[in-house]
Design a protein around this ligand. Structure first.
Ligand code: ZN
Length: 333
């Protein structure tokens, strides 16, 4: 019995040992698998981290390069602006220099100081006849406006120099000014070539004035005036013409104040104003020579002040008629 019991006990012990070994083996296997999984998962996470960091670095690099490119553009633009600014400053400096030279030149011509009301001459016995030669021109409307604004009437010795402006003749007449004849062509070589040539030209302008305005006038002014020397290529022609126009019933007018607006090289507005103040004490009848043409901008600029001066001096204004003293100059050919 003893041995059978021992054998049985031994058998139980062996079975128990096998079971323990089996359990241990299973536990070990499970642990090993778990460890392996953990290890694999960690590596994937770490790879993801590395890739995210690389992406961030590349984004930062891109931003930095973009910022630098903007900065470069800004630097280029600001350098271009600086160049432009320098160029403009240079232009301003040049213009200021020119202006200073111009002002000095004007001052040197003896620009008069503005006069106080009591300092004007007393010319209340004088009548001013403003006369405009060589028009109508693209400037005629400006001249007419100044005259209108100042309530002054003038006389226009007209031409066909600016043929496209002929329609202003009727405005001259409509605004109460006097229209008179100067020349159709104003071409000295042509009109002073012979008496016939002169009268043909005179008839042409007379007919043009008549067709534009309905006015037939006998009031004339010779191109260059009766004392001109441009006609000397035909000796004595002015002596003959001054007689012949009178014989034919025309009345010719010269001037006794020269605005200087036809001077060679032109005249500034201030020079024109100064010239118009040079009125002889002796003449009560003052015929002022001015010009109405596209290039005579300074005449238009000076006109309001010229009129203001005569008004302040007490002068009257009138338009030329047959009975106006004609201010004849000495015939020099
Ligand atoms: Zn003229």
């Amino acid at each position: 019995m003893g041995t059978a019991k021992q054998n049985k006990l031994l058998k139980y012990i062996l079975i128990g040992c096998a079971a323990v070994i089996l359990i241990l083996s299973v536990v070990l296997c499970v642990t090993a698998v778990k460890n392996k999984n953990l290890k694999n998962g960690g590596s994937a996470a770490s790879e993801a981290l590395v890739s995210a960091s690389e992406e961030r670095e590349s984004l930062e690099a891109a931003r930095a390069s973009e910022a630098e490119s903007y900065q470069n553009q800004l630097r280029e633009q600001s350098s271009a602006f600086a160049d432009e600014k320098n160029a403009l400053n240079q232009t301003i400096a040049d213009l200021n220099k020119q202006l200073a030279v111009k002002r000095a030149a004007e001052a040197a011509t003896g620009a008069p100081k503005p006069l106080a009301p009591g300092e004007y001459p007393d010319w209340s016995n004088k009548t001013i006849y403003l006369t405009f030669d060589d028009g109508p021109s693209p400037r005629t409307p400006e001249v007419l406006k100044i005259l209108r604004d100042n309530g002054v009437k003038a006389t226009f010795f007209v031409t066909h120099i600016s043929g496209k402006s002929s329609h202003y003749m009727k405005d001259i007449v409509a605004e109460g000014h006097t229209i008179a004849l100067h020349s159709y062509t104003h071409d000295y070589d042509k009109i002073y070539a012979s008496e016939e040539a002169y009268f043909a030209d005179l008839q042409q302008i007379s007919d043009l004035v008549y067709s534009e305005t309905g006015v037939r006038t006998n009031l004339i002014r010779f191109p260059g005036g009766s004392s001109n020397i441009v006609s000397r290529f035909n000796p004595g022609i002015m002596t003959r013409l001054t007689q012949q126009v009178t014989d034919k019933g025309y009345v010719y007018f010269d001037w006794n104040v020269v605005s200087g607006d036809a001077n060679r090289g032109g005249a500034t507005a201030q020079q024109i104003i100064n010239n118009c103040r040079k009125v002889s004490k002796k003449s009560d009848s003052v015929i002022v020579l001015m010009h109405d043409s596209a290039e005579k901008r300074t005449t238009v600029e000076a006109l309001p002040e010229v009129i203001a001066y005569y008004k302040a001096a007490g002068c009257k204004f009138a338009t030329i008629t047959e009975s106006t003293p004609p201010a004849h100059q000495r015939v020099a050919n």
